[in-house]
Design a protein around this ligand. Structure first.
Ligand code: NDP
Length: 800
């Protein structure tokens, strides 16, 4: 027995174990075996199974059945049957169900916290205080969205039956992030938890029954990647939501390409943790504890890359090392444990290998003095680890380790800090430490990440959208933005296929064509790149004919090189993205005015090209003018939101541009289709590379003169004509294009979705469906604006 004097000297904690009897009873009640939860019932745990161990002890907790095609089919069928009635319930009825689930989670919160800790290895302090309360909060919040759906999202329908695949790091919380919005929107789900951690999802299945959720609204199937692939590929799934590694995200992007499934991906990260020299260093050290040693560092948004201002770096590292010595790593069920067990031996191997490689790369490693004993001991434990002298281009600095390993480098100027922060293929989160508001917000603005925490880290809330930039994925979870992922414009559900596009005539050398050109008229249009007319790199052009088949003009046959030039020009035009909404609105109004001045000329061009009546052509030009004005109106208004997630934090949601968007225009309404896509992108500060309708590109090409006279900066709009799908393929593969809007054939949509997987650009494809561009309910509106921005949530302490 320790003497009080000893305790005062060592400040050691005594053991404070959490009771696990109720969880053990629950496991016994299920005889340690679980099937799948399909149509409101558990299937027998027969057939192939996998074992679920407790990572802290190695003790077997349960055997769980693996779902094959038969089980996945049955789950999708149950979800489809339930969808018919669930999607027709009133918002209030759905809200009552979500509220009942939230209440039941609260009621069983201690049980769920203990079960999660035993299954995953994370400390009870975290499951009890973070995972489970946040899961309940998500259902409460989304009970509200169920209630408000029709009012806040008019003319939208639920996306349908959703497949949801979640990882092992926050099992119940990720389930809540997925199921909450889906059910609120009126969708039903088939969810697969990760093989390492299926148990809280199975307990949640029981909660669904206890809360009286109609059978089949939530279905849970177990298994590994193969089961996940069966869900992703199932034709009965309308929407797929995934959280996990970037590699699997890429596989799912390719697998679902062309299927018409909505897709959201929340993937990996290597998030910067920037410490300026005026930061409160002690607070920043505690910030690191929460950033990289929270959940053993198995956090997609972990602040795993410290970027520290040179003048304070040594002082900061010294305090960090002292703090690391005091971290308590061990029994996750002990209430005073800081860092628990890593989820599985395979993760320990992966972390160890990456750490070893880091040492070999020449970085300096520090682990607390007691680390050896921990590594040699029982259970999946890994010590907190700090690397300094890390080269920015090294693997250590670039690759996700997904363990309690912080890598660190230094910077001199704020500009250098932003450059280092953005020197990553990922863009999930960032944490910024400075006592100077200007410094902190300037960095928050410059960092390319979906979530930025100022003087804080790893803050989450159901009202604040969470999700990534770049290869950290696309789509948001939480808040109004997250609801959009589970909704679809109602009219789209019955949209008809677009008329098939006719191929363009073969390209010929500029003067090698035998088709007679009208005497005296040399109509050889040019590309428009970087604010200048440009000849195509290929030197080839193709003839454009009017509705009666008569020659009208030659247009350039753009190629890969032209697209590369256009993307480069768009990148250089970053001034457009930096302008205020007010300034962009003025330019757009001016553009509308100048188009209106030349309305007659454009109308004649459209009538000639398409064969429509003069009146209809005039209507298209007039609608184009109105559409530009509509987005000019929004340019300084669609600017984000403020959320107050907790009493001591404020969250600002900024609608940031994607920077460079590729736009492949439809054949319908050659001018209005072009304007309807380009104007919202421009209004939100994007620069665009556009390929107009291949057969009727002249109205769009003529627009260059209007762009030139309307103060649209060179490079903000770049126009390349040619074969739509050949050009779209280059754009889809281009790493410097962040989003691609494709309006063409079903096959082209599939190709763009598949080829976009390289840098995981956000694709909006029409899947070959027609759209009436004249109808304001279809041709303009928030769906366009929403696609034209990526949401950045900036959290800051507020009145502490
Ligand atoms: P994965 O991306 O492999 O797993 C995430 C989920 O996807 C799991 O449910 C998994 O099943 C499932 N899955 C795996 N392959 C497929 C597939 N082809 N089709 C459909 N579903 C699939 O992550 P891991 O668990 O393997 O972890 C590997 C690395 O991924 C980690 O070290 C970390 O770097 C990163 N990661 C990132 C996470 C994040 O939150 N961003 C979360 C987890 C991991 P199952 O696990 O059951 O086999």
């Amino acid at each position: 027995m320790n003497q009080i004097t000893d305790i005062l000297r060592t400040m050691d904690y005594g053991p404070a174990p959490e009771e696990d009897t109720h969880v053990r009873d629950w496991l016994k009640r299920h005889k340690g075996r679980f099937g799948h939860f399909i149509g409101g019932k558990f299937t027998p745990a027969s057939g192939d199974t996998f074992t679920v161990p407790n990572p802290a002890t190695g003790e077997k907790l349960a055997d769980v059945a693996i779902a094959g095609k038969k089980e996945v089919d049955a789950a999708v069928k149950a979800a489809t049957t339930a969808y018919a009635s669930w999607s027709k319930l009133s918002g209030n009825e759905r809200a009552r169900h979500l509220y009942a689930i939230a209440r039941a989670i609260q009621k069983h919160s201690r049980f769920l916290a203990v079960l999660e800790t035993m299954d995953n290895g994370k400390p009870i302090r975290e499951t009890r205080d973070i995972d489970i309360p946040l899961a309940a909060r998500h259902f409460y919040h989304h009970a509200g969205w169920a209630e408000l759906r029709d009012e806040v999202f008019p003319n939208h329908a639920p996306a349908g039956v959703c497949g949801q695949i979640i990882p092992w790091n926050f099992p119940l919380l990720m389930l809540a992030w997925k199921i909450g919005p889906a059910l609120a929107a009126g969708c039903t789900v088939v969810l697969k938890p990760a093989e390492h951690t299926p148990l809280t999802a199975l307990a949640f299945a029981e909660i669904c029954n206890e809360a009286g959720l109609p059978a089949g609204v939530v279905n849970i199937v177990n298994g590994g990647g193969e089961t996940g692939a069966l869900i992703a590929g199932h034709p009965g799934i309308n929407k797929l939501a995934f959280t996990g590694s970037t590699e699997v995200g890429r596989i799912l992007r390719r697998q679902t390409a062309g299927s018409g499934k909505k897709l959201s991906l929340e993937l990996g990260g290597k998030s910067p943790f920037i410490v300026f020299d005026d930061a409160d260093l002690d607070a920043a050290v505690e910030g690191v504890v929460d950033a990289i040693w929270f959940n053993q560092g198995e956090v997609c948004c972990a602040g795993s890359r410290a970027i520290v201002q040179e003048g304070v770096a040594e002082k900061f590292y010294a305090r960090l090392r002292a703090r690391m010595e005091k971290l308590r790593v061990g029994d996750p069920l002990d209430k005073s444990t800081d860092v628990g067990a890593v989820v599985a031996p395979v993760q320990i191997e992966q972390i160890s290998a990456r750490v070893k490689a880091g040492v070999a790369e020449g970085a300096t490693m520090y682990q607390p003095t007691w680390s050896e004993d921990l590594i040699k001991g029982k259970g999946c434990f890994y010590p907190p680890t700090l690397f300094t002298d890390v080269a920015p281009a090294s693997k250590l600095a670039q690759e996700e380790i997904f363990g309690p390993v912080l890598v660190s480098m230094t910077f001199r100027t704020p500009g250098e800090a932003a450059q280092l922060a953005n020197n990553s293929r990922y863009g999930l989160a960032a944490s910024i430490w400075s006592q100077n508001l200007d410094t902190a917000f300037d960095a928050a603005r410059k960092v390319k990440a979906g979530v930025v925490w100022i003087n804080s880290t790893n803050q989450f809330d159901a009202a604040v959208p969470f999700g990534g930039y770049k290869e950290s994925g696309f789509g948001r979870e939480g808040g109004r933005e997250g609801m959009m992922e589970y909704l679809t414009p109602a009219w789209l559900k019955s949209a008809r296929p677009a008329a098939a596009s006719k191929p363009i005539p073969s390209p010929l050398p500029l003067d090698g064509d035998e088709e007679a050109r009208p005497a005296g008229i040399d109509r050889t249009a040019k590309l428009y790149i970087g604010g200048k007319q440009a000849r195509p790199d290929s030197g080839y052009s193709y003839p454009v004919h009017d509705a009666k088949g008569a020659f009208v003009a030659d247009v350039p046959f753009g190629n890969r090189k032209d697209i590369r030039n256009a993307v480069e020009a768009a990148h250089k035009a970053e001034g457009w993205s930096g302008m205020t909404g007010h300034a962009r609105a003025q330019v757009l109004y001016y553009l509308a005015e100048n188009l209106d001045v030349r309305a007659g000329e454009f109308a004649r061009r459209i009538a000639q090209a398409t064969g429509v009546s003069a009146a209809k052509a005039a209507r298209e030009v007039d609608a184009s003018v109105a559409r530009i004005m509509y987005y000019a109106a929004w340019a300084d208004k669609y600017d984000g939101a403020v959320r107050a997630p907790q009493s001591r934090m404020l969250s600002v949601i900024l609608n940031e541009p994607w920077e460079v968007i590729a736009i492949s225009c439809p054949d319908e309404a050659p001018l209005l289709g072009f304007v309807s896509l380009v104007a919202p992108a421009l209004a939100m500060g994007n620069r665009v590379v556009v390929t107009p309708s291949p057969r009727q590109p002249l109205a769009a090409l003529d627009l260059y003169q209007v762009l030139d006279t309307s103060d649209v900066p060179g490079g903000a709009v770049n126009i390349v004509t040619g074969d739509r799908d050949a050009l779209a393929s280059v754009l889809a593969k281009h790493d410097d294009v962040a989003a691609h809007w494709y309006f063409g054939s079903a096959e082209g949509s599939a190709m763009v979705e598949k080829e976009s997987a390289g840098n995981l650009k956000a694709v909006w494809a029409n899947n070959g469906k027609a759209r009436d561009w004249f109808d304001p309910a279809r041709g303009q509106g928030e769906d366009f604006l929403f696609r034209a921005v990526r949401h950045k949530a900036i959290w800051t302490p507020f009145g502490v």
